[in-house]
Design a protein around this ligand. Sequence first.
Ligand SMILES: Cc1ncc(COP(=O)(O)O)c(C=O)c1O
Length: 455
Amino acid sequence: MTTAPGPLASAPETERPTIPPHVGAGNLIYRADHIPRFVRAEGSHLESADGRRYLDAEAANGTAAFGYDRTILADALRHCQDLPALPSFCESDLRLNVLHRLERLFSEATGVPGRVELDLGGAQGMETALRIAFSAVGPGTVVVFEGSFHGRSGVTSMLSASPRYRELLAAWGLEVVRLPVHDGAGCPHPDPARGGCGAACVAAVTRWGSELSGVGGTGFRRGVSAFVFESVQNVGGMAEPDHAVLKAAVDHARANGAVVIADEIFTGMHRTGPRWGFQRSGVTPDIVVASKALTNGAAALSAVWAREPLAAPETYRPGSHSSTYIGIPHALGVARAVLDRWDRWPDAESAMSDLAAAMTTRLAQLQASHPDLVEGHRAFGGTARLVLTGDHAPLLRRLCLTADPGLGLIVASTGMAPDVINIHPPLVIGANDLDAMTEVLDQSLSLLAKTLERR
Ligand SMILES: Cc1ncc(COP(=O)(O)O)c(C=O)c1O
């Protein structure tokens, strides 16, 4: 007879076994010889096993809006510890409470009621959004912007701009059309009077749908079913589509019968200022997908809101989508604990204007001190981009980890924008930490200059 195993005692920290580095080599976004292993975190700071402190200026890819806060998990547990692990066909008050509160977050901004469906993470949420759109208007072509990123699943990798995401696994049957988009400075057809894109850019995103364009619109059996956009492109290097161009693209998509889907996985919950990024440009989507800041990174959960009646059971039939772990109580407990924190922060939008101003001042200092390396900068809400004069972002990101003997700095860079350092710290970051971030960036830029000189 076997007996059930008792609880395992975790190894005391001093006895941490040596784990060969190749064990985790395959699945981190950034690969390096020395990768810090983190053992604890608080606020905007992390500590690695060797006792080094790090300042996180990318907030776990934008998830940790409230910084590292152990009380979230403790609160979450209180909300769910008496619930069994409910399968996806069982209801609970906790789930209904979370869905009700989520729905208000979306409908307050769009002005119309809708339904919320939960999913496991960003990419899965985007796929659910497409399912809802296709069930309403029929499957068809999906239109996105150049530079977009919507996940790395088979279907969402087709939407993402980088071919790298599609090379190994992709839903090749999905037809995707990419519209040109520019963020101010990069525009080849600027309108000096507006200070942004000109009429040629608007024309470029509204050309599809005619007999000539090769992409069907109203009147064609296989038309465009969905237009999908990020209000600020995260992986695209914090590029913001010109508002007039975005508005024209949305209006044109609607006129051609397509469902408009906002990917707010990164931009949602004040990351770029207002609660939702689409509020920056004044467009109103039909479907919104949110994720990261809904759980502060403590659980894999996304929420897909669809205006009525897009996800009504008459067209979006029950069972069209589900997954065993959707609605697992601890994820819902985390969502409830994080929604409580958002409720306690009613003036987050004005706090984000202050944060953007505070980052702008510091990034301007960096540009003034390193004019040969820093070409520009821009901050919106809790998000900023430092634009370099060359494709130096991967190297600068690595230097930030080690340049200062007392503090490593974590920032982000992407393959799609190798000249941009993405900065998106916890939204609650304070002035002292912003100063520390600026100091490490300053040191790292000086080291970058020396490294480039030696080449
Ligand atoms: C804008 C955007 N869409 C989709 C995703 C994919 O989300 P996930 O990694 O949870 O699948 C991300 C992740 O970074 C994102 O930033």
